[in-house]
Design a protein around this ligand. Structure first.
Ligand SMILES: [Zn+2]
Ligand SMILES: [Zn+2]
Length: 265
């Protein structure tokens, strides 16, 4: 498997993605140090919980890395346009290149992107046809990790702390309470933001409408075709294997709808 890296030069984007990475790093370091490992050593929680937390954290980082470095669907300078599809292509008046309809020119990236959804500064990349599935994975795994973190923070406050036998003075002098509060605040922000983003992204995918089309309000012109949720996600993820929808370290292969699959899933 060869993963080609795509890198957007944008200092504001670098700042935003550094903040996201910082939140991930903070929780991946402090939650095991303050909650998981001490309580595992004291026998309060099984090893499986610790492993699950690291797996969720690893998948979250992998999805962030892939979503931010994958090609979103940049068009070649001299595309080969099949004669039968010429009517579905148009000229971009910003970069003077031919592009399929539903492509959009991103001023941040400086090029056109196939079926562009939006430019996301938090991953410092466009979200387009080729990395939309990775962006969805990032929203999903961030929800899982932040919810996991919130549950552990809650248990630390109300359930684990009396078990450890630490005296309150020692607890506060080690700044653990402050660190846990920051973690809880980050968890609430990430879970709330990512849940609403995931919901709007899924609604857009199921109605076959990108965020840009929704904002421009021309989605009723051509799009909005009715599809089953399986087929809509199969097209976005590039595979019919549902387990692969959750794996960030793979390449996406665009697939064409067969009549049988479209009408029977
Ligand atoms: Zn363009
Ligand atoms: Zn962009």
């Amino acid at each position: 498997m060869k993963l080609r890296l795509h890198f957007v030069v944008d200092p504001m984007g670098w700042l935003c993605i550094s903040m996201v990475f910082g939140i991930w790093l903070y929780n991946t370091f402090f939650i095991p140090k303050l909650v998981l490992l001490p309580h595992y050593n004291e026998g309060h929680i099984p090893w499986a919980i610790v492993v699950c937390y690291y797996i969720a954290s690893g998948l979250c980082l992998a999805a962030l890395f892939r979503a931010s470095t994958a090609d979103p669907g940049r068009l070649p300078v001299d595309p080969k346009i099949p004669h039968s599809e010429r009517e579905h292509w148009e000229l971009c008046n910003k970069c003077n290149l031919m592009r399929p309809k539903r492509s959009h020119h991103c001023s941040r990236c400086g090029h056109c992107v196939r079926k562009m959804d939006h430019h996301c500064p938090w991953i410092n990349n466009c979200v387009g046809e080729d990395n939309h599935w990775l962006f969805l994975q990032l929203c999903f795994y961030t929800q899982v990790l932040s919810l996991f973190t919130l549950v552990l923070d809650f248990c630390q406050y109300y359930y684990f702390q009396p078990l450890t036998g630490l005296d309150q003075e020692k607890f506060t002098t080690h700044h653990e309470l402050a660190l846990m509060r920051v973690s809880t605040l980050m968890g609430l922000m990430m879970f709330g933001g990512m849940s609403s983003l995931f919901y709007t992204q899924m609604a857009g995918i199921l109605s076959d409408t990108t965020t840009i089309e929704k904002m421009a309000q021309f989605s009723n012109e051509v799009y909005g075709s009715k599809k089953s949720w399986q087929w809509a996600l199969t097209e976005v993820c590039g595979t019919r294997w549902k387990l692969l929808w959750l794996i960030p370290l793979r390449n996406r292969q665009p697939i064409q709808a067969s009549h049988h699959f479209r009408t029977h899933v």
